[in-house]
Each structure stands twice: as C-alpha cells, then as structure tokens.
Design a protein around this ligand. Structure first.
Ligand code: ATP
Length: 395
C-alpha cells in the first residue's frame, strides 16, 4: 500500500534523478536535444523526465545512466524525521523545512558581522593590490605555486597526515616519496593537488558551484575506496569503507574541545541541505551584498555542519571556502596546522551560532595572504616569509 511517507520518498527519488540529470547537462554543456538523441527518444520526453517526472521505471534510469556514461547507485539508509539529532536533549539546531537563506538570517547576527574591521581591512588591501596590477607574471605564478604547496601541506597535516612540509614539497616537485611514511599519506597530498587544480579551473568559469563539483573534488582527492577505523558514539571500534565521491551512509559527529559530542546532518538530509546551501551561495555571490570573506566563512562552516562525506570533509570544506575567496578575486586563506585547535574552537562557536570568532579567524588568515600578495605586487622578495619555507614540521 502506498502511504503518505512512501509517496514523499517517491517524490524524493524523482527529485534525485532529475537533479542528477540537470547537473550532468549543465556540467557537460549538453542540451536536452542532445540527450534525447543519445537516448533515442523525443526532446519532449526528455523535458518531461526532467520537469514532470511520473514514476520513472528502473529500466529508464538504467538507460539514462548509460547515455550519461554513469553508473546509478542506490543505498538504503535509516529513515529519520529530522535533519539533525540532538543526543544531549538540546533544542533543534535547524528547521529543515525553511529555506537556507531564512535559516541563516535567523541564525547569524549579520549586523555584528558586517561591522567587523577585518572586512574593511581586506577590502582596502585588495583595492591597493588591484591598483598595482598587472604585476610580474612570473612572480605571481611563483607565489601561487608556493601558496598551493603550503595549503596542501597544512590542510593534510590538520587531518593527521604525517608528511612534513619538506617531504610534501619533495613529493610534489620531484615525485620522491618519504621513506617509512604511509602510502596513503602520499596519495592524499597528490589527491589534494589534483582536486585543487580542478577547483582552480572552475574559478575561471562562470558556472555556479554544485553538488556534483564537491563529489568530484572528493573523488579526485581520495582516488579510490579505502577502509578506515572509526569509533561509534557508544565507543565501539569499527572498520568502514570510505566510498569516494559518495555521501555518507552513517551519521557522523565530532567531540569538541569542551568534550561535547556534536552531530552533523543526517545522511538522508545531505543532498537537500547541500542543494539549498549552494543555491544560497549562488544568490549571495550574484547579488554581491555579503562581503566575500563573510560568504566564504559561512559557506565553509555550513558545509562542515552538513559534513557530507565519511572522510575528507575538512579538506573539501577548505577547498570550497577558497573557491569562494578566489572567485571574488581574493587569495587563498591557509589555516596552518599550528592553529588547528583555535580553528576547531572557532568552528565549535559557529555551531552554537557565534560566527564572529570564525570570521575573525579566517579573516586573519586572509589578511596574511593579502600581505604576501601586496609584497608580490610591490615586487618585494617574499623569501623568509612563511609563504617561502615554513618550519619543516612545526607540529
Ligand atoms: N565543531 C565543529 N563543527 C564543524 N566542523 C568541525 C568542527 N570541528 C572540526 N570540524 C571540521 O571537521 C574536520 C575534521 O572532520 P573529521 O575528523 O570528520 O575529518 P574528515 O571529515 O575525515 O575530514 P578530513 O579528513 O579532510 O577532515 C576539521 O578539519 C574541521 O574542518
């Protein structure tokens, strides 16, 4: 028998299928006419599949996947009523039925954030740098490369990668591995470089950030499925397989510095929340009413609050944040591994609705990056700065 809840699930499945098709067409620049040709059906039927889907047959989905060169994947996860769980009996963190913009408007104290001096400082420094353009292309390239290497080292080190900065550089520049260090740590460095390169290409285009992009970053960064040790909330040690490019199937959580367990979004809420988040981001980017630092910091935190994957969320979250900064003409903000605890505390405050600490923290990192850009614009030697050679392993 069809119940109200199974009808809602059918609608949800339709939604997933149409979203996948739309993302595919947009990403590959393929028209509905071309897809119709590949499927051997009329354009009208394709349009109906996307815009007014009825109960799509499994064979139609298989046919579609084949025409897109994709493999469909269906997983059954536990049904939950709410997008978030509140084990400590706390109030609801979110109201999933409201739009992201509405929820953020309620959650964030925008007035306080807009007055933060760091926003004005960043705007002024960027204007100063832009007024000196064009500057030496070689120098700019050199600084960008250094920045990407230092970002790579720090972002991986935050997640426990054992390669030192020197070893990271040797691997990236000469392909030489570090003796006695895990293969996975090397692959993560290469994967980070590759995912960032894809992101840099996207920055140049006009296309908005979409779910397929973050899934692709994840796939490129982590390369292939692997087993990972995990501890369940009740303390059991388990091994689970991390699937690349696939959203989590089990809930995930983090223990904050106060010892409290913070739960991220439920698996079945991930796709909907991310779609809303990226729609919100597209709108604020287009309207340009929020300072780029604010939208990057909030995008970063909201992405992490969803924590869409079983692994790699931190690194992808920092790629997404820097996408937002680069897109607005700002440099990459690097969170040094030495600031890890401060960074985690700022994220935990944002979980409670206080974004001030996080925006100031990321803002300070952005000012550091702007300082380096300004020095480059002035043709100064950046040797000796931490953008040149950081301590080999400050951890
Ligand atoms: N309180 C918090 N709220 C939101 N995000 C947080 C919080 N504390 C840490 N994080 C983010 O989660 C990331 C680590 O998450 P986790 O331990 O689940 O690792 P992961 O998802 O495996 O990702 P990666 O291995 O790249 O992070 C941190 O790098 C940070 O960005």
């Amino acid at each position: 028998m069809r119940t109200a809840s199974s009808s809602a699930l059918t609608e949800h499945l339709h939604h997933l299928v149409t979203e996948e098709i739309r993302d595919f067409l947009q990403r590959e620049g393929i028209t509905q006419t071309e897809l119709a040709r590949r499927l051997g059906i009329s354009k009208g039927r394709v349009s109906k599949l996307i815009n007014a889907p009825t109960d799509t047959k499994l064979s139609t989905i298989a046919h579609l996947a084949d025409a897109m060169g994709k493999e469909p994947m269906l997983v059954f996860v536990d049904q939950r009523r709410e997008a978030y769980r509140y084990p400590d009996g706390g109030g609801r963190v979110d109201e999933p039925e409201k739009s992201y913009g509405d929820r953020l408007r309620q959650k964030v104290n925008w007035a306080d954030l807009r007055d933060l001096p760091v926003l004005e400082q960043a705007t002024a420094m960027k204007a100063d740098i832009d007024s000196r353009r064009p500057f030496s292309r070689n120098m700019e390239e050199h600084v960008l490369q250094q920045t990407l290497n230092i970002w790579n080292y720090n972002s991986n080190a935050i997640e426990g990668n054992t390669l030192t900065y020197g070893e990271t550089l040797t691997l990236l520049l000469y392909g030489i591995t570090a003796k006695g260090k895990p293969l996975k740590d090397h692959l993560d460095i290469i994967g980070h470089r590759d995912a960032v390169n894809v992101m840099l290409d996207m920055v140049k285009g006009e296309r908005p950030l979409r779910q397929t992009d973050v899934r692709q970053f994840h796939q490129i960064m982590l390369k292939e499925n692997y087993p990972q040790r995990a501890i369940t909330p009740d303390g059991w040690e388990v091994y689970r397989t991390i699937h690349v490019g696939i959203y989590k199937r089990e809930p995930n959580h983090v223990r904050t510095s106060t010892g409290k367990m913070h739960y991220f979004a439920e698996p079945n809420a991930v796709a909907g929340l991310l779609r809303d988040l990226f729609d919100w981001y597209e709108e604020v980017e287009r309207e340009d009413t929020l300072h780029p630092l604010l939208r990057a910091a909030i995008l970063h935190h909201e992405f992490l609050a969803i924590h869409p994957f079983d692994d790699g969320n931190g690194r992808i979250g920092r790629i997404v944040m820097n996408f937002a900064l680069l897109r607005a003409g700002y440099p990459v903000a690097i969170i040094p591994v030495t600031n890890r605890l401060m960074y985690y505390r700022a994220l935990a405050s944002a979980d409670e609705g206080d974004y001030l600490t996080l925006v100031e923290f990321i803002g300070a990192r952005l000012l550091e990056a702007l300082d380096v850009q300004l020095a480059t614009a002035r043709g100064e030697d950046i040797g000796g700065s931490k953008w040149d050679t950081p301590d080999d392993d400050p951890r």
